[in-house]
Write a protein that binds this ligand. Structure first.
Ligand SMILES: Cc1cc2nc3c(=O)[nH]c(=O)nc-3n(C[C@H](O)[C@H](O)[C@H](O)COP(=O)(O)OP(=O)(O)OC[C@H]3O[C@@H](n4cnc5c(N)ncnc54)[C@H](O)[C@@H]3O)c2cc1C
Length: 446
């Protein structure tokens, strides 16, 4: 019987295993050094904050794996011999594969900061990191976070939940400036500034971490010379593919493991999926490396088809993502670039009191809708997907915006105001669909 071996039991590897099992009788083994059972990485913060126990973030019962004939090995793969199709592990005898799926995820970036290995300094990626954070933050009162992105915000929320004051060092002029346009960054910053105990320092970089006698961090120095006392430093300056153990092999890698549209690599019967994969040719306007949960799941589903004999290319649709900045919800559909493209223009509407901002992007000439960032309001994914597929105009999107709203009752206060504001700013006017239509429109999802 053919043996499919998967390195990595995150969302990508586990989805591949489940879908291969659904469609075949192949022998399946998943190897991971992090934990025996799959857990939801995105929910680690809730364990620290006491909202959930670690068991609660494991989506499957422990007996699921045996029942589905998926063997689990908790060990680290040290080396892959692609010629003999053999994996060398630290504690387990070598394993032969017929097909290999690399789903090894990411690791937090460390940029060689002076003092980055002292006690009390860490990133947040793995279960081990969570346990370490638990130890490192016990009884402390001040923390510094380095890098303004989504994981940094989560760490800030975690620390504040334990009354630990946080100073956030952000290298850029604005918050998450490589992903958000300035208007949106400023809006998020306003929200973050409302949280007592959180201080944001822009255009500040870590220079050095300074320890006490027991090699535990006692303060940090910034490049501008500020000294900030702290007992914890969180490194949240992004992640990169976790592929060091493969670097000396004949597997072709760059930032990640280079893959073709069907997720195959340059080695026979070897595929890479999830955070560790890098597309040789990026798909449409997506980046070459996609480090989000749902793309890992989609790649897992795709590779499973190929493994069971229905060769399939990874064909994601329009870009979308969602996150939370404390209690401010953020969603993005289509593309809202941090710096708009030449032919694009924006319409931004916000209500500071209610903490809602909508940022629409459309083509200057054709008026084709290109993307939206929403803050403080949840809008329906399937409708934006439809409008992007149909190349709907900005006027169409605004006219029917109400149908995309998850919370119509709440939203009815805004939609007229949004359209009026658009009509004031732009020449092409939008007419709201008459009120009597709304019932039908909501049903038909125009
Ligand atoms: C704190 C945090 C919050 C996040 N929040 C969000 C969010 O809200 N929304 C979102 O879309 N994304 C979020 N992400 C990103 C998302 O979690 C990742 O994109 C996703 O989990 C990656 O899945 P994966 O299967 O590719 O890899 P991983 O989940 O990283 O799994 C890879 C596994 O392989 C193991 N492994 C690696 N090398 C070896 C080896 N040589 N031998 C054995 N085992 C090995 C690793 O230990 C790991 O367990 C978050 C990430 C973090 C860290």
């Amino acid at each position: 019987m053919e043996h499919v071996v998967i390195i990595g039991n995150g969302i990508a590897g586990v989805t591949a295993a489940r879908h291969i099992r659904k469609k075949s009788d192949k022998r399946i083994t998943i190897i991971s050094s992090e934990s025996k059972y799959f857990f939801s990485r995105t929910a680690l913060m809730y364990v620290y904050m006491g909202h959930m126990r670690f068991e609660d973030i494991q989506p499957y019962e422990n007996h699921f794996w045996k029942k589905n004939r998926i063997d689990l090995i908790e060990d680290y793969v040290d080396e892959v011999d692609f010629q003999s199709k053999t994996l060398k592990l630290l504690q387990t005898p070598p394993i032969h594969y017929d097909q290999l799926i690399l789903a090894t995820g990411s690791k937090p970036n460390k940029f060689g900061w002076k003092g980055q290995d002292f006690h009390g300094v860490q990133g947040l990626y793995s279960k081990k990191d969570l346990d370490l954070m638990e130890q490192n933050t016990r009884g402390i009162s001040e923390a510094v976070l380095v890098g303004g992105g989504l994981i940094g915000v989560e760490m800030a929320e975690m620390l504040l939940s334990r009354n630990i004051n946080v100073t956030f060092l952000i290298r850029e002029k604005t918050f998450w400036g490589n992903a958000l346009p300035e208007s949106d960054s400023n809006f998020v910053t306003q929200h973050l500034n409302r949280h007592h105990g959180l201080t944001l320092l822009f255009e500040e970089e870590l220079d050095e971490i300074i320890p006490d006698n027991s090699k535990r961090v006692k303060e940090i120095k910034t490049k501008s010379g500020k000294i900030i006392p702290c007992q914890f430093v969180g490194l949240a300056a992004g992640v990169s593919p976790n592929i060091d153990f493969l670097k000396k092999s004949e597997l072709e890698t760059d930032k990640g493991i280079l893959v073709n549209p069907d997720l195959s690599t340059n080695q026979k019967d070897v595929y890479a999926i999830g955070d560790c994969a890098q597309f040789r040719t990026p798909i449409n306007d997506r980046g070459p490396v996609e480090q989000v949960w749902y793309t890992g799941r989609m790649m897992g589903e795709t590779v499973a088809q190929t493994i069971v004999g229905n060769k399939l290319n990874y064909q994601p649709s329009h870009w979308f993502n969602s996150a939370k900045f404390f209690d401010l919800e953020y969603q993005t559909y289509g593309r809202v670039w941090a710096k708009p493209k030449d032919n694009e223009t924006s319409f931004i509407w916000k209500n500071d009191k209610e903490e809602v901002l909508l940022h629409f992007v459309f083509d200057k000439d054709s008026k084709e809708f290109k993307g939206i960032n929403t803050f403080g309001l949840r809008l329906r994914h399937e409708l934006f997907e439809k409008w992007l597929n149909e190349k709907a105009t900005i006027q169409h999107v605004l006219k029917y915006l109400k149908t995309a709203n998850f919370e119509p009752e709440f939203f009815k206060h805004f939609e007229k105001e949004i359209v009026e504001s658009f009509n004031q700013e732009f020449d092409e006017k939008v007419e709201l669909a008459p009120k009597k239509w709304w019932g039908k429109l909501m049903k038909d999802k125009v």
